[in-house]
Every structure is written in structure tokens, then in C-alpha cells.
Design a protein around this ligand. Structure first.
Ligand code: KG4
Ligand code: ZN
Length: 329
């Protein structure tokens, strides 16, 4: 079959799969409108280990991928699809391979094109979904469990990083902080909830000063560790204050850098995406920024379908040898 693949913004019914970490997700998206968006989180499975165990995640994806795809399809048949989209990377390699293999099989079985999507582009494309799609150009803060970067987005499908974290991602800082405070995994949402009961000025946690538009979150994490050690048995009674102050420091770092980047680039519009974009203090601190609905901040497949609308799809059999990649390109 010949053809250029998907053109920008083509009208298409897309089935997308996302298995880069610990969410098994599938979605059906019709011209940017979400028909279904199924996310089966493995968080409970990994909670007892305090983080995602890659091999456990891969095995669980294998069990869940078919039922999750079936649920996303609902009454629709594979014959109605125009293309299949899938996260190719970055992420856990074994987890990615489950989604990629399933997507290849689904596409190949129906002679459909396959659109491989970069997970980070997917997070940005969560902003392009109906009913309120954001039009580029804009400056995007992408803050998740695996990545934290500032991205200049001049047009649909474009992705120009202008700053990144030098160590931990913001979501990772939330998760590690939550662990130090004895909260569950993943910890971002827990800290967000607990912080509402605490005083954000109670502790003075540092905001790292790094050159350019980069971020660093290892210092604030270490500061929390020392505070927790110093408090000993009194951590319990100060937990909400610690959570509120810790969250304040992370949000301040994200907001400061985003505002600096907006000034430098002259961006008129700012957007926030990724799991940390679900944070209530961050959303309140950037009132003029566009953020996706909460369900589209954390990992999902609707955002992968959305990115596929602006990416090149590969015609069969060109994708059969396609490999996943673990690190950001
Ligand atoms: O985008 P995502 O689902 O997965 C990655 O691509 O990494 O992001 C997950 C991250 C986790 O670190 C989680 O703790 C964080 O997003 N997160 C939050 C909130 N909800 C999820 N962080 C702060 N506040 C929240 N409400
Ligand atoms: Zn993600």
C-alpha cells in the first residue's frame, strides 16, 4: 500500500494504546473527539514495592491489554478504524513492547497503518483534544513522573525542548517526598490532598538555582529528608505542614521557570501537561495557563491518539520491524 500516512489534522477514527509505565490504556478518538478512554492503573500492584517494578508492569500489561482494548472499542469494530496509534517510547522497555506488539498485531490483521507516538508528544497533544482544543503556538510545561521540561510548541506536532531537569522529574520529587512522609505510591495526589490541611510557610524548603531554563529537584528532596530525620517522632504531627511546604517549593520552582521561559520566548500562551499538571496548587499558581482536564494529565491513550493525528503513520508492512525505545530521543 502506498500513501503518505496521516496528514496534519486528518479526519480519522484512531485506536490508540499506551503502556509506557504502569497504566494499561486504550482509547478511541474520532477527529479529536474522545469516544472512549480506558485506563487500567497498576498503581495498587506496585504500591507495596514503593514504586514501579518493570517486570511486574510488563506481565500485568500482557494480562490487561486485550480486555482494555476490547473495552475501548465498545460496540465499534476494528474494521471501522482508519489507523492504530501506539506509544513507542520513552518508557519501560518491556512495558512498551507489550503495547507495541499488540498494536502491530491489531493493525496488521486489518491492513491498517500504524502511527508510532513519542509519549512526551502525547502529553502535549492532550491539549488538542475536543471540546476545547488549544491552538499553537504556546509554551508548554511538561511535568510528569518521568520527565520535566519546558517545550516551545510553534505548531501541531512540533516539540522543541528549551529546558529540562538536571536530576529528578517533578513527579518523581513528589513521589519520593511522599515516601519520606510515609504516604502511599504514587504520592503526588496524596501530597496535594494533605497539603490542603497544612501551612505552606511552616518550613522553608529551597528552590534550586540552576542556569538557563533547567530545573533541579534533588536539593528540595534532600532538604525534606533532613527535616524528617530531625523531627523524629514528631513527623506525624507535622506531616500536613511538611507536605504543604514541600509542595510549595516544587510548585514555586516550576512556576518561576515557566514564567522566565515565557518572558524569554515572548510566548503569549502557556500550557501545563503531564501528571503534575493535575496538582491543584500548580493549576492555581498559573491561572492563565491552559491545563487539560485531570483525567488527561496522567497517562492515558487519548493523548496518544491525539498526537497521532499530527504524526506520520507507517503503512503495512513497514512497521513490523519497529522497535520501542526506553530513553527520550
Ligand atoms: O504523566 P504521568 O501519569 O506519568 C509519567 O509519564 O510519568 O505522571 C505521573 C506523576 C506521578 O509522579 C504522580 O505522583 C504525579 O504525576 N501526580 C501528581 C498529582 N497527580 C499525579 N503530582 C502532584 N499533584 C498531583 N495532584
Ligand atoms: Zn506520562
Amino acid at each position: 500500500m502506498e500513501g503518505p500516512g496521516l496528514g496534519a489534522g486528518d479526519a480519522l477514527l484512531i485506536l490508540a494504546l499506551e503502556t509506557s509505565c504502569d497504566e494499561t490504556a486504550a482509547a478511541l478518538v474520532d477527529e479529536g473527539r474522545i469516544v472512549s478512554n480506558v485506563v487500567s492503573s497498576q498503581a495498587d500492584l506496585h504500591a507495596r514495592f514503593g514504586g514501579v517494578v518493570p517486570e511486574v508492569a510488563s506481565r500485568r500489561h500482557l494480562e490487561l491489554v486485550v480486555p482494555v482494548v476490547r473495552e475501548a472499542l465498545g460496540d465499534h469494530s476494528l474494521d471501522e478504524l482508519d489507523t492504530v496509534a501506539v506509544t513507542q517510547g520513552p518508557g519501560l522497555i518491556g512495558a512498551l513492547l507489550v503495547g507495541l506488539s499488540a498494536a502491530k498485531a491489531l493493525a496488521w490483521g486489518r491492513g491498517l497503518p500504524l502511527a508510532p507516538v513519542n509519549h512526551l508528544h502525547g502529553h502535549v497533544a492532550s491539549l488538542y483534544l475536543e471540546p476545547d482544543p488549544l491552538e499553537p503556538p504556546f509554551l508548554c510545561l511538561l511535568a510528569s513522573g518521568g520527565h520535566t521540561l519546558l517545550v516551545d510548541v510553534p505548531e501541531h506536532g512540533a516539540f522543541r525542548p528549551i529546558g529540562t531537569t538536571l536530576d529528578d522529574a517533578a513527579g518523581e520529587a513528589f513521589d519520593k517526598g511522599a515516601r519520606l512522609l510515609g504516604l502511599g505510591y504514587p504520592g503526588g495526589a496524596e501530597i496535594d490532598r494533605l497539603a490542603r490541611e497544612g501551612d505552606p510557610e511552616a518550613f522553608d524548603f529551597p528552590v534550586a538555582r540552576v542556569p538557563g531554563l533547567d530545573f533541579s529537584f534533588s536539593g528540595v528532596k534532600t532538604a525534606l529528608l533532613y527535616e524528617v530525620r530531625g523531627l523524629g517522632d514528631r513527623v506525624e504531627e507535622r506531616r500536613a505542614d511538611l507536605a504543604a511546604s514541600y509542595q510549595r517549593a516544587i510548585v514555586r520552582a516550576l512556576v518561576q521557570r515557566t514564567q522566565e521561559a515565557a518572558e524569554r520566548t515572548g510566548a503569549e500562551r502557556i500550557a501545563v501537561v503531564g501528571g503534575v499538571a493535575a496538582n491543584s496548587e500548580l493549576r492555581a499558581a498559573l491561572p492563565d495557563a491552559t491545563a487539560p482536564p485531570l483525567a488527561l494529565c496522567t497517562d492515558n491513550a487519548a493523548m496518544i491518539a491525539s498526537a497521532a493525528r499530527y504524526a506520520e503513520a507507517i503503512q503495512p508492512p513497514g512497521y513490523l520491524a519497529l522497535d520501542a525505545y526506553a530513553s527520550a530521543l
